[in-house]
Each structure stands twice: as structure tokens, then as C-alpha cells.
Design a protein around this ligand. Structure first.
Ligand code: S3P
Ligand code: PEP
Length: 433
């Protein structure tokens, strides 16, 4: 696979970066539109590998999608999805959100994906679905792709289902999304630690916005539980916000070059985990301003800001870009609560440590955490393991170290097609058209 020469910054970046739609919001909007009671329109949907796979899967299940004046017109599927053969690629959203939907049907649906996707965990979700009457046939290792599933799902005993969401919040989101379609009121709970809570909030909000009666039971209790009432979602027309997680590498460029980046359309209030960039970068000494024209971040420049001790369990997908920022801090950092990143596109904790150390950095894989001590870096090639966020991590490192290559920069098309072009544009003072 080809190696992309990461551009070094010739000075402080000064750019306006218009980001395409949120991957996570797009997935929820596609799902709810596909099972809704009437055709609807989604504006600002992300068009990237993950969302194309999501659309492709829903099309096979019977929904249809048509571009309409820059938006997406969605005609829902019938009462029950059609049996299908789903390619999940490497998309967690596809491989977690859609098996419960497929299990509404008596027909058999097969799920498979990239070789790397076969390493991603699914067992807690599939186990919960089996507890609701789904028949799962594993073709390879249990709890992994590939498998077939057929339903129908039944209301379980006590009208209650539970899933362990400590390895991925997507298991919980997947059950919440299907819950209103099963036919009876259902308690959905997640005993133990729930990672990526903002993504769960995003699911709950999307359902509520679509008219589904959903409420959290005893928010302060030991087990997070939601009561979901049956109903066909009615999302109406939906607007997707820019992807704030993908803002990360561009804001990182402001941090390490001592420059300024503005992201137009940054929402005032959102359940996107990427909104945490404001607090994180502010804490590390950036000037952060949220206004009508978007979010502007002015960074202190490499070596001019402290490291950070941050619990990333709620916002794990920001870890790779933050790790690249930490590599140029003036003091050590510790990013904790990230064991579940081992089930992401690759084992991100190991990959970040390996790749930073490959360039002469000092990173320790501490199991549930990553310890980074800033050190001068040397030229080398960052391996990306098909992980879009590892590629962006390499691009940020290359800004301040000459001779950094990134293998397979194209893997960024998972959520941000055209990343290399956008990156080059931002570095040369890219402005909004
Ligand atoms: O629901 C979603 O859209 C996502 C949830 C999170 O997954 P995990 O809880 O597995 O980290 C996040 O990392 C992923 O990028 C998207
Ligand atoms: C973990 C991620 O993706 P996925 O939706 O495939 O889990 C991510 O985008 O950082």
C-alpha cells in the first residue's frame, strides 16, 4: 500500500475547515428514516464508506434512498425488513445497529465485513438478541463476524433486556433503536460500565425526536435503564451536524503549529462527543471561542502547552488525535478509560503506542490507558491498520516532524473522504468557498 508523505507546516496554520456530516448522527438518521411511517428527507448526511455501507444494507432490507437537491430522500422499508446479505466493511455502526433490525424478520440475514472487522466484538449484543428469540448461526469464531441471524424478536420475560456495554456503547444503542419496533413496552438496561455515553444520549435523543416514547428510569440508580414504548418512528426531515470528532486533527493542527482553525456550523448544544474538544483544548491552553460563525481554536504551538490527564471513556474516539497533540506537549500525559479502544478499527491503544514509539516517541500501553512523554520525533512511516483515526494521527505528527509517511491514507475515506486534499488545503490557508 502506498505511503503518503505527510506535509510539514511551514508556519502557524490559519484555516477555515468545513466538515461533512457526523457519521454517528447520519447512521441514526438513516436507520430511523428507513423504519419510519412515511418518506422523509435527510440534509447534510455524511457520504463516506461507513454511511454508504449503511445505506446499502438498508436498501437490501427494503428501504430506498434518492438524492434530492443535495439532500437524501428516504422511502421506508415495509413492516419487516427483507432478508439480506450485509457487507459491514469495518463499520461498527453497521455491524452493531443492523443485526437487531434484521432479527425482526423470520428470514435469514447474513453479516460479514472486512478481515479486520472479524476481530471486532459482537458477543454481548448477539447474546442479548438470542435471549429475545433470535437464532444466530456463527460461521467462524463465536461472537464475531461472519454470522447469520433470523427472528422474529419476542418481548423477553419481564419485558426486560440487558446488555453489557463496557466494550462498546453500540450494543446498547442497537437495542434501544430496535426496542420500539418489537411490539411491547420494553426496559433496556446496561449493567456495569457504559462507555461512550454521549453516543447513547445521541441515540435516545434521535428516538425521542422521532416521536418515540423513551425515558431513562432512575438516572441515579446503579444500572442505566431506559423504558421504551412501541411505535413507528416519525423523524420528519432531519439535519445532520458537522462531524466534530473529525474536527479533531484540524484542531490539533492549530494546537501544534500555534495557529488558528475555525470550524463553521459548530452546534451550540449537541450530543456529539467531539464537543468535548472545547474543554480539552481549553484545558491545554488553547483560546477557544464558540460563536455564530462556528468554533475557533487558537493553539499555543508545540512545546508551549502542558500535557493532560484525561478520562476518555466517554469520548474514546477522540483519543488518536489527542494522543498526537500530547506528543508535542511540554509535559507528560495520561489518557485513561480506553480499554474498549482495543475493539475499534484496530487495537488503538497498542497501535498508538507502537506508532509513536516507531518515530522515536515515548508511549506506554498501560492496558486501560496510554502514557505519553513528549520526545523529539524522527522520520518514519506510520502504519494505519486500516484505521482512519490512525491515519489522521500520523498526519498531525507530520506537521512538526519532517519525513513522516502515512501508509494507506485512503483509509480515511471510512468517515472523511478527501482527507488528504482537505489537509493540504487547510495548511495552505484553505478558506471557505
Ligand atoms: O454509536 C456510534 O455512532 C459510535 C459509538 C462509539 O463506539 P464505542 O462505544 O464502541 O466506542 C464510537 O467510538 C463510534 O465511533 C461511533
Ligand atoms: C470507533 C469508530 O468507528 P466505528 O463506528 O466503526 O466503531 C471510530 O470512528 O472512531
Amino acid at each position: 500500500m502506498t505511503v503518503w508523505e505527510a506535509p510539514t507546516a511551514s508556519g502557524p496554520i490559519d484555516a477555515v475547515v468545513a466538515l461533512p456530516g457526523s457519521k454517528s448522527q447520519t447512521a441514526r438518521a438513516l436507520y430511523l428514516a428507513a423504519v419510519s411511517d412515511a418518506p422523509t428527507t435527510i440534509r447534510g448526511a455524511l457520504d463516506a464508506r461507513d454511511t454508504r455501507l449503511f445505506v446499502g444494507a438498508l436498501e437490501q432490507m427494503g428501504a430506498s434512498f434518492a438524492p434530492q437537491g443535495g439532500a437524501l430522500r428516504v422511502t421506508p422499508m415495509g413492516e419487516r425488513p427483507r432478508p439480506a446479505a450485509i457487507d459491514c466493511g469495518l463499520a461498527g455502526t453497521v455491524m452493531r445497529f443492523l443485526p437487531p433490525l434484521a432479527a425482526l424478520s423470520r428470514g435469514t440475514t447474513r453479516f460479514d465485513g472486512d478481515a479486520a472487522a472479524r476481530a471486532r466484538p459482537l458477543a454481548p449484543l448477539l447474546g442479548a438478541l438470542e435471549g429475545m428469540g433470535a437464532r444466530v448461526h456463527h460461521e467462524g469464531a463465536p461472537g464475531r463476524l461472519p454470522f447469520t441471524i433470523r427472528g422474529p424478536l419476542r418481548t423477553p420475560l419481564g419485558a426486560q433486556c440487558a446488555v453489557d456495554a463496557s466494550a462498546s456503547s453500540q450494543f446498547l444503542s442497537a437495542l434501544l433503536l430496535v426496542a420500539p419496533l418489537i411490539g411491547d413496552p420494553l426496559f433496556v438496561s446496561a449493567p456495569g460500565r457504559v462507555v461512550s455515553m454521549p453516543h447513547v444520549e445521541m441515540t435516545v435523543r434521535a428516538l425521542a425526536r422521532a416521536g418515540i416514547d423513551i425515558e431513562e428510569v432512575d438516572e441515579a440508580g446503579p444500572v442505566r435503564t431506559w423504558h421504551v414504548f412501541p411505535g413507528r418512528p416519525s423523524p420528519g426531515d432531519t439535519d445532520i451536524e458537522p462531524d466534530l470528532s473529525n474536527a479533531g486533527p484540524f484542531l490539533a493542527a492549530a494546537m501544534v503549529t500555534g495557529g488558528r482553525v475555525r470550524v463553521p456550523g459548530w452546534p451550540r448544544a449537541t450530543s456529539q462527543p467531539g464537543d468535548a474538544w472545547r474543554a480539552i483544548l481549553g484545558h491545554m491552553g488553547a483560546r477557544v471561542e464558540l460563536g455564530d460563525d462556528g468554533l475557533t481554536v487558537e493553539g499555543p504551538g508545540a512545546g508551549n502547552y502542558p500535557g493532560i490527564d484525561a478520562d476518555m471513556s466517554a469520548v474514546g474516539e477522540l483519543t488518536p488525535a489527542l494522543a498526537a497533540i500530547c506528543a508535542s506537549a511540554s509535559s507528560p500525559s495520561r489518557l485513561s478509560g480506553i480499554a474498549h479502544l482495543r475493539g475499534h478499527e484496530t487495537d488503538r491503544v497498542a497501535a498508538l503506542a507502537t506508532e509513536l514509539n516507531r518515530l522515536g516517541g515515548d508511549a506506554q500501553d498501560g492496558g486501560d490507558c496510554l502514557a505519553i512523554t513528549p520526545a523529539p520525533l524522527r522520520p518514519g512511516t506510520v502504519e494505519t491498520y486500516e484505521d482512519h483515526r490512525m491515519a489522521a494521527f500520523g498526519a498531525v505528527l507530520g506537521l512538526t516532524t519532517a519525513g513522516v509517511g502515512v501508509r494507506d491514507i485512503e483509509c480515511t475515506s471510512k468517515t472523511l473522504p478527501g482527507f488528504a486534499r482537505m489537509w493540504a488545503g487547510a495548511l495552505t490557508g484553505g478558506r471557505e468557498p
